[in-house]
Structure formats: C-alpha cells, structure tokens
Write a protein that binds this ligand. Structure first.
Ligand code: PLP
Length: 475
C-alpha cells in the first residue's frame, strides 16, 4: 500500500492523528492491508508524510491498543494476525461489506474484547436493559430546554449527581459548580492545559505511568520529567530534586497506573506541601478507585487539599463503559471562573443525551448497585486469573498483591525480557502488555500486565493461561 494514500489533510476538522488512525483502520477493513502485513516505522512514516513523530506515534498507539496493530519490538509493527484468527469469514465479510457499502464498519473487526485486554470493564455484565430503558425515556421526554445549546461545562443534573457521589464515596466536598464534564480523561487534561498551563511548562509524570496521558501532555507542548514510582507510589523527593520548579504533576494516588500501589500518606502530604509552596498544580487521576477488594478505600488526595492545588479527574470508562467517552474534572473553588471562561470557548462534552442517561442512572440508585455488583464480580474474576497463573507459572511469576484495580501485574522472577514475552503473547492474539513498555527509564523491574474483567469462568482463565505459557515458552 502506498504511504501517500494515508496522508491526512490539515484542513479537515479531525485531528491529524485521528485521520491517520482512520485511514489505517479503513485500509484494514478494505483488505488493502492484511493481517500480518508490516507497516512503516513511526519515524519513516513521519518523515515521508512530513508529520510530527508524536502524531504518528499517537495514531499507532491507538491502533495497537484497539487490537489493529501489533508491535514486535525491533522487528517492527504489523497488522495484528489476531484479525485473521477472529475468523477468515468475518474478515472476508468485512471486506465484502466494504465493497457494497459506501462506509465500511471496521469496528466490527474487533468488537470482542481481546483476551487479557487492559482497561475494559466486564462487557457481559453491563445492565443493558436498565440503560436502554433510561435512555429511551430520556429521548421520549426530551424537552425544549434540553434541545437548546447545552452548557459547555456539562449537563447540570449530571454535575450535581457527580458532586454528591464524590462527597459520599471519595470524601471530596464540592458543589456542582466545581465539576466539569469532559470527553474522556484527555478532555479533562485538555481543559487543565488550556486554562492553567502554557506550552513549555515542566510537569512531573509517574515512571512507569499511563502512556496516553504522557503522549497527550507532550502533544500539548508540556515538558515532562519522569519521576520514579516505588512501593509507596510517586517518589516526591526525587521529583523535587530533579525538577523543583515544575508547574504541575500528574499522579494516580489510589492505584498507581500501572503498578497498582497506593501513594502513602507521608508522600501525599509531601506532594501537597510542595504544590502549596511552589504554587504548582496536582492533577489527580482517580480512574478506577471504585474497585478495591480488600482493606478500606483510600480517600482521594483532593480530600486532603487545604490550599486549592488539586485538580481531580474521574472517568465513567471503567465504571460504565469507555464508549460513552464521559469523564469529569473537579477544580479548586478559586479557579472556577477561569475554567468556566475557558470551557465557554471550547466545544464542551457533546450531546446531553448520554449525560442525561448517566445522571438518571446515578440518581435512581442503579450506579451504586452496579458498582457493588462489579466489585464482587471483579474480585471473583481476579481470583480466577491469579489462581490459574499461580498454577501454571509457579514461582516464575509473582502476582503483585494489589488491593484494587482492573488488571494484574505479574512480576518476572527470572531475567526474562518482559517485552519479548509480551510480543510473543500478542502475536498469538493475547493482549498482554510489558511493564517496560510503560516506562521511560530502564529499571530492573520487569512484569506482565493483564486485564481480567472479561475472564468469566475458571476454565477460561486456565485455557488462556495455557495459551500464554505456550506462546512464551521459547522466549
Ligand atoms: C491511568 C488511566 N487514567 C485515565 C483513564 C481514563 O481514560 P478515558 O476517560 O479517556 O477512558 C484510563 C483508562 O484506561 C487510565 O488507564
């Protein structure tokens, strides 16, 4: 396939990386790219199309995380062979569909969660009936007030429901005026960058840490200083030594992403003190705090913030489903005016219809019920995977005893290379990820990250674990 046919157009509305992502997706659905085909490296495509490397990298990361691409380290990046194993007939029918329809529907290629896929809730346990009922009622009762231009800070009943929920379950006292609904977590980061930061500002970023946040902040022009994470979470002393004048820090205090450790109380207090003294901002990413299986849930860092330095973010991606693209940001009271002014210049969080459905879901008690159910279900499913891994790998893997979260981290006890193991597993369609791929600096810590939320039976855990063993035995 000719690389020039991938070239995005600057005059189009969609961001360049998204255009590139879509061109690849369409090329796969159209059969122009086949499972196993090699794609150009980020560097060579960026230079050929005259694009920034970060832009191509972001498109490739998205394609990889959605299962279209597979990275094999130095061997390069390929169209995932897993698309083939989803069924030749399915692939062909996607191609046939694309021949008869003006617009192919390539998402159908990867509609099922991949085994061990990270970051997804249990798709089989979502209360579809309740959701459909609420959404249908919302549509039928659409009043003229709801048909006008929406509030760019988000639908007010949803902001009220979020404020109440955060007060009860996260110890955060806030009113709905401090809550901004955003398009996913990156929408929240975008609002923070545009309101409080400037290109070139220095920020601490956890190492290892959430890849998409790092990429987003870099593409927004921020200069990130990787700060190591240990068994107490982000090492605040090292951050202060390496970049004392940083303007902000992005941190996952409840379950550090991806190691799962909690930021200790002394570190929380040290971080708040540093932010107060330096007038720096703390972005608290509380993406999956709802899922904790033993011990008491830790209150949010924001609940300890006496000086108005913490910007708190939460998402509905893990507690409902990521396709909703709804998240939220709670800003310090003193900054509400600035955030409203900025939100008024931006497109806002989109249609009020899904926001209204989430608001009803929360107000009518379905949300609390769903969370309770999911907590029990995930504790069980986590147990299936941990038991199967322990049986199959014995002392070669050490599953970290994280108190919560929706993935497990299994550290390698030998000197084996986690990237090589993860690439071998991915080439067999298993969406295992290497801890090293989430790190900026090399450390001796090696491990495999595995999602468990969609492992619904002990037998399924055993089968997948056997496949993982087989895929990795030669590495
Ligand atoms: C560390 C972390 N933060 C935030 C999010 C939420 O992102 P979003 O709201 O865009 O789905 C995720 C999702 O996987 C995550 O892993």
């Amino acid at each position: 396939m000719n690389s020039q046919s991938l070239k995005p157009r600057r005059e189009q509305d969609a961001p360049i990386y998204l255009q590139l992502y879509r061109r690849y997706r369409d090329a796969i659905a159209d059969g122009k790219l086949r499972p196993g085909d090699r794609v150009p490296s980020v560097r060579s495509l960026a230079s050929e199309l005259n694009l920034a490397r970060g832009t191509v990298e972001l498109a490739y990361q998205t394609l990889t995380s959605e299962g279209y691409f597979l990275t094999r380290g130095p061997a390069g990046t390929f169209v995932s062979p897993r698309l083939e194993s989803l069924g030749e007939s399915r692939h062909k029918s996607a191609i046939r569909r694309s021949a008869t329809k003006a617009k192919p529907q390539p998402h159908s290629l990867v509609a099922e969660p991949l085994p061990f896929q990270l970051g997804l809730p249990a798709l089989d346990a979502f209360p579809h009936k309740t959701w459909a009922r609420l959404a249908g009622r919302g549509l039928r009762n659409l009043r003229s007030a709801a048909m006008a231009y929406p509030d760019p800070t988000g639908y007010e009943p949803l902001r009220r429901a979020i404020a109440i929920y955060l007060g009860i379950s996260r110890g955060i006292e806030c009113s709905h005026e401090e809550v901004f609904v955003t398009i996913g977590y990156r929408g929240a980061l975008d609002l923070v960058c545009r309101t409080l930061l400037q290109a070139g500002d220095i920020g601490w970023h956890e190492d290892p840490g959430y890849i998409f946040a790092r990429q987003f902040l870099e593409s927004a022009g921020m200069c990130l200083e990787p700060v190591p994470v240990d068994e107490e979470g982000l090492n605040v002393d090292i951050g202060q030594r390496r970049a004392p004048h940083a303007r902000f820090v992005v941190v996952t205090p409840t379950h550090q992403s991806p190691t799962g450790v909690a930021l200790s109380l002394p570190r929380r207090l040290a971080l708040l003190e540093w932010a107060r003294d330096r007038r720096a901002w703390i972005v608290e990413d509380d993406y999956d705090s709802e899922f904790r299986y033993h011990g008491r849930p830790l209150p949010a860092l924001k609940s300890l913030d006496r000086d108005g330095r913490v910007l708190y973010t939460g998402t509905f991606s893990k507690v409902l489903f990521p396709g909703l693209r709804l998240a939220y940001l709670v800003v310090p009271k003193s900054q509400v005016g600035r955030f409203i002014a900025k939100a008024n210049q931006l497109p806002g969080p989109g249609s009020i219809l899904p926001q209204a459905t989430v608001a009803d879901f929360m107000e009518q008690g379905h949300f609390a019920r769903h969370l309770r159910k999911m907590r029990l279900l995930y504790a069980t499913r986590r147990g299936y995977l941990v038991d199967a891994l322990t049986q199959a790998f014995g002392s070669h893997l050490q599953v970290q005893p994280q108190a919560g979260g929706i993935h497990v981290l299994a550290n390698l006890t030998s000197r084996r290379d986690d990237k090589a193991l993860a690439y071998a597993a991915q080439s067999r369609g298993l969406a295992v990820q290497a801890l090293s791929d989430w790190q900026t600096h090399k450390t001796p810590q090696k491990g495999l990250l595995m999602g468990f939320t969609n492992i619904s039976e002990p037998e399924m855990a055993r089968t997948l674990t056997r496949q993982l063993m087989k895929a990795t035995e030669k590495n």
